[in-house]
Design a protein around this ligand. Structure first.
Ligand code: SIN
Ligand code: FE
Length: 309
């Protein structure tokens, strides 16, 4: 894993091309050391103050751009709720604009996912195994399958004084080589995995809210849990720690780069889903790596592409 630093000048002069995309796709972290995502200190102060006022925030505060809605923050006065929505929606817009500038090849091609505010101290958080952020993993969303798309996330932190500390390892290909078969890659084609997909389809047809998971999504969700529970991987010597400083912006594909967060408080994040065909190097996308190993396509769309090729 490398850390690729991008200067404001590279962004301003539009000279970045596919440099950041290539670095991200290969499992590296792109850092913008001197980029201020918030232009008003009052917004930062509001977010920092929120934690003290609200005792029952959920795991994170989520902002859902498509619905223009905040969830996970329950105990605000109507005024605070309105302000939070406004602050989160402006953060999301600025983060998306920045993503488009840093990754020009992806602009217009992504699916905008949620933004989040992470107001809790990560060190020593008491969460169930699957939700623990301090165990290394690659990301997969239970309720929002990507159908082979990559999970690209832009982070920043508004903590005025403390670093956010990650442990990272990867890239995906070496993880997959080592663990994908044991984690059940071959099993997602048929058997109970296929039955689950068929049952989910029936459920959706009768109006139930069942996620539309492809074999890829089923595997990635299982891989997330498998890695968190794998002692050998959790103690791998290949992992290294990395500190993000206050007010830095950083990005990575969290389904390519294995990561965990050891400590830190008050981060924000915006996620976009990048279809494999929009990537600069689609052949190293997790879905391509896994398909080569499995020997069969992992999504219906890729099966159709293969048949028509
Ligand atoms: C994660 O995606 O596992 C957590 C990253 C963070 O909140 O810093
Ligand atoms: Fe994660």
């Amino acid at each position: 894993m490398e850390v690729v630093r991008i200067s404001q000048e590279q962004i301003d002069t539009g000279s970045i091309g596919s440099l950041a995309c290539e670095a991200l796709e290969a499992g590296n972290i792109v850092v913008l050391p001197d980029h201020a995502l918030f232009d008003q200190q009052a917004d930062i102060d509001f977010l920092l103050g929120l934690k003290q006022n609200a005792s029952s925030l959920h795991k994170n505060v989520a902002y859902k751009p498509a619905a223009h809605k905040v969830t996970g923050a329950t105990t605000h006065s109507p005024g605070d709720a309105e302000r939070l929505l406004d602050v989160m929606s402006r953060f999301s817009k600025r983060a998306l604009s920045l993503l488009a500038l840093v990754c020009p090849p992806y602009a217009q091609k992504w699916k905008t996912d949620y933004a989040s505010y992470r107001p809790f101290e990560e060190h020593g958080r008491d969460l169930p195994l699957k939700q623990r952020n301090d165990l290394m993993h690659v990301d997969a969303f239970p309720s929002r399958p990507t159908h082979g798309g990559g999970i690209l996330r832009l982070f920043t932190q508004i903590n005025p004084s403390k670093d956010r500390v990650w442990r990272v390892s990867g890239p995906f290909e070496s993880l997959a080589d080592k663990y994908a078969m044991n984690a059940g890659l071959r099993d997602v084609k048929g058997g109970s995995a296929a039955l689950k997909r068929a049952a989910a389809k029936v459920g959706r047809a009768v109006g139930l809210k069942v996620p539309d998971r492809t074999a890829y999504d089923q595997f990635m969700l299982g891989f997330h849990d498998y890695l968190k529970g794998n002692e050998e991987f959790q103690h791998t010597r290949e992992a290294r720690e990395y500190n993000f400083h206050p007010n830095q912006v950083w990005m990575c594909y969290t389904d390519v780069l294995a990561h965990s967060v050891l400590s830190g408080q008050y981060a924000l994040e915006q996620t976009v889903i990048i279809p494999p065909e929009a990537k600069v190097r689609p052949e190293i996308a997790p879905v391509s790596v896994l398909e080569r190993m499995a020997g069969f396509p992992l999504t219906p769309a890729r099966k159709r592409q293969l048949q028509s090729a």
